[in-house]
Design a protein around this ligand. Structure first.
Ligand SMILES: NC(=O)c1ccc[n+]([C@@H]2O[C@H](COP(=O)([O-])OP(=O)(O)OC[C@H]3O[C@@H](n4cnc5c(N)ncnc54)[C@H](O)[C@@H]3O)[C@@H](O)[C@H]2O)c1
Length: 259
């Protein structure tokens, strides 16, 4: 997809990966960039606006655990820019001591944001089709026992997004889906890990976690925006240490029909 002239919504745009993605996206001469996030970063927003006078960059307050916030933000954004071409669901929290919140932000929030966006993007409902990019994780490709709850939520994101990309839905809505699975990326999300693990007792996994190589948020963002430009509906892309790899997840079960 050529991003020039497109209307893009980025959830979590003031976060570590989000800020770098927004900067990368703004180099593509977008028409609109709506940032949905929990709190506004006024200084950064002001600099993005002044450096990109031809793009309508604006903020919408969204607590992704609140369906009413999500609905109001998509409604206001569509009223302002006409239609939405691309959504990146990039909000996130990694803290297994907060079980409900981990599921609410990382999984339920992504589902609610996706379904609300579809109401506006679905070409069978007057939208123009487009692309929804959901940020999962390498922890959404296989269990990460140190963070079993976060891993469960991210696995949910991967499976939900793959389900939404079904060709029957795609033919109906014109909205494609991509799952992005970053490896360890140097942001605030990885800080204070000792107090965020599933269990409070010490395990050797914690020491291993601290030694895992990390990519920078810039490198992750560059590959994420490339993934948007080259999007193939249904793809699951691992963004690890500067490399992008398409992950093939083979089916294990074929339904036997009673005919
Ligand atoms: N950093 C990593 O190693 C890594 C690896 C794989 C996947 N990810 C995923 O990438 C995405 C971005 O993570 P990051 O590393 O930039 O983390 P971050 O903590 O820097 O950013 C998280 C963003 O989510 C927003 N957010 C948190 N709670 C919210 C809520 N209730 N409502 C709305 N927004 C909320 C924050 O305000 C922030 O903008 C997340 O989905 C994360 O799970 C990160």
């Amino acid at each position: 997809m050529d991003l020039a002239g497109k209307n893009v919504v980025y959830l979590g745009g003031f976060g570590g990966i989000g800020q770098k993605c927004v900067q990368e996206l703004l180099q593509r001469k977008l028409k609109t960039l709506a940032i949905f996030d929990l709190t506004e970063n006024g200084d950064i927003l002001a600099s993005w606006k002044s450096e990109n006078p031809d793009t309508d960059v604006f903020y919408q307050k969204v607590d992704i655990t609140q369906k009413s916030d999500i609905e109001a933000a998509y409604k206001a954004t569509t009223e302002r820019c006409g239609h939405i071409d691309v959504v990146v669901n990039g909000s996130g929290l990694m803290n297994d001591r907060l079980v409900e919140l981990t599921i609410q932000i990382n999984l339920l929030g992504v589902i609610n944001s996706t379904l609300t966006a579809l109401e506006y993007m679905d070409k069978s409902k007057g939208g123009k089709g487009g692309l929804i990019v959901n940020i999962s994780s390498v922890a959404g490709l296989q269990p990460t026992p140190l963070m079993a709850i976060y891993s469960a939520a991210k696995t949910g994101v991967t499976t939900f997004t793959r389900g939404m990309s079904n060709p029957i839905y795609y033919a109906h809505t014109g909205v494609g889906f991509v799952t992005i699975c970053p490896g360890f990326t140097d942001t605030g999300l990885l800080e204070d890990i000792d107090n965020k693990t599933t269990f409070t007792y010490h395990t050797p996994m914690l020491e291993m976690f601290k030694k895992v190589k990390r990519q920078t948020a810039e490198v992750c963002a560059r590959n994420l925006v490339k993934a948007i430009e080259q999007a193939k509906n249904g793809s699951v892309l691992m963004l690890e240490l500067g490399e992008t790899q398409e992950i093939d997840i083979p089916p294990h079960w074929t339904p036997k029909l009673d005919i």
